[in-house]
Design a protein around this ligand. Structure first.
Ligand SMILES: Cc1cc2nc3c(=O)[nH]c(=O)nc-3n(C[C@H](O)[C@H](O)[C@H](O)COP(=O)(O)OP(=O)(O)OC[C@H]3O[C@@H](n4cnc5c(N)ncnc54)[C@H](O)[C@@H]3O)c2cc1C
Length: 391
């Protein structure tokens, strides 16, 4: 088994300044009170259009984001690629509702897909489907509620734009992942994703669905997708994540008086996540997959399943991934051991990235032990470097 905690490998491409910035940041977001304050301030700043770039850019933004544009991400992307860690450039934009803004987003996503074809360091492109139509439309389609004619046009445009992005991914020769978000919208997104897989996944997995394994219906959906693949002679592409909207989903279910779609305990989610990995390795003839997690037990489980099945570490149809700014110990040690690794590298303007940054801060303050683990490793590496320079 490889050492996933080798700190020298983990932070090889980081300068002392980067590490000190990260140490400061993780010390701050360790406090749930500070994170709540950050969430409050960022909502206020967005509502009142306050300029907060000066505070966010040198801190959270610098740590978790690649830059404002694709070009600004290149230095980070190239630095990571020197250690065989690839990048998935993730255009950050949340809740656009106006048609003109949706079209601008679509054009940027298209650029991002084309860009993936031009760089060896970018193995996939990705997009958030909720950026391509309104929330109302996705919710209505998911629950079979009739659309107005304006909404029908928005939905038709949504499908056409997704189709165009997938066609562009075929031209680029790189697969494309469709992110998952709220439970309310997911049925509409799953249906379109299946149609795209039928159209584009005949020889290889071009289109990847995202399965949030905190949902208690996802193992059944995975089994359905395997049958679906075999029945239609296609390869299913899947990105596995645990899911980022647990509190919101539970609160909404309570408010709406329907059963929560989320497993009741973390252990249930962990078991489902690892079981999905096991099933996918077992069915790797019809499933290509991308495992997005910072959980080292899940990573170890996946390595074991691959070994048991006698798959090489660099088996081309399995990728492991962490978010930029988190768990470099996993990304860089896995890449060193020959596994396919890519980090999600978000890019966009501060105001568009803010909700993502707040989610990262919340996640890091709520994941038991995650911040502490990051902090311990950062401190150890700074100490190790100081010791070397003093010698
Ligand atoms: C490359 C990448 C891509 C991603 N893309 C998406 C995406 O498209 N959509 C999306 O929603 N998220 C996405 N995420 C975020 C992801 O869903 C998780 O929020 C995040 O990665 C933390 O989970 P973990 O497996 O890394 O770590 P862990 O610390 O092991 O797990 C934390 C997660 O466990 C679950 N959990 C925690 N407590 C409980 C509980 N009491 N009961 C049930 N479940 C619980 C929650 O999902 C929580 O986020 C992505 C993450 C990565 C690394």
């Amino acid at each position: 088994m490889i050492d996933l905690n080798n700190i020298e490998t983990a932070f090889k491409i980081k300068s002392d300044k980067d590490l000190k910035n990260a140490k400061f940041l993780f010390s701050m977001i360790k406090s749930p009170l500070m994170v709540r304050f950050l969430g409050f301030m960022s909502n206020l700043a967005l509502k009142m259009r306050l300029p907060i770039d000066w505070a966010v850019k040198p801190t959270l933004y610098r740590h978790f984001v690649g830059g404002e544009t694709i070009d600004e991400c290149f230095p980070t992307m190239n630095r990571m690629f020197t250690e065989n860690v690839r990048s998935v450039l993730d255009f950050s934009i949340e809740a656009v509702e106006k048609e003109s803004e949706i079209d601008k987003t679509f054009q940027e996503l298209k650029r991002s897909v084309i860009n993936s074809g031009e760089h060896e360091a970018i193995p996939f492109s990705v997009f958030k489907p909720t950026a391509l139509t309104t929330h109302d439309v996705l919710k209505k389609v998911s629950f079979n509620i009739p659309l107005t004619s304006k909404e029908q046009t928005s939905y038709d445009n949504f499908v056409q734009r997704i189709d165009a992005l997938c066609a562009e991914a075929v031209k680029a020769g790189k697969p494309i992942m469709i992110d998952a978000e709220d439970y309310w919208f997911q049925k509409a997104i799953d249906d379109v994703t299946e149609d795209m897989m039928l159209k584009y996944n005949k020889e290889t997995a071009v289109v990847y669905a995202t399965l949030q394994m905190y949902r208690h219906d996802r193992l059944a959906y995975l089994r359905y997708l395997i049958k679906f693949s075999k029945q239609h002679g296609i390869i299913t592409g899947i990105k596995y994540v645990r899911g980022a909207y647990m509190e919101k989903e539970r609160a909404r279910a309570l408010e709406g008086g329907y059963p929560s779609p989320i497993y009741p305990t973390k252990k249930d989610t962990d078991n489902a996540f690892n079981e999905a990995l096991r099933i996918s390795v077992e069915n790797c003839d019809v499933i290509h997959f991308f495992c997005g997690t910072h959980n080292d037990e899940s990573i170890r489980a996946l390595m074991k399943y691959m070994k048991d099945k006698e798959l090489p570490n660099n088996f081309p149809n399995i990728y492991m991934s962490q978010l930029y700014g988190m768990s470099d110990n996993l990304s860089f040690n896995l890449a060193k051991a020959g596994y396919n690794v890519a980090k999600y590298l978000p890019y966009g303007k501060v105001k568009n990235v803010l909700p993502y940054l707040v989610r990262r801060a919340e996640e890091n303050s709520s994941i038991a032990g995650q911040t502490t683990r990051e902090l311990i490793m950062l401190k150890q590496e700074l100490k190790r470097r100081k010791f070397l320079t003093n010698q």
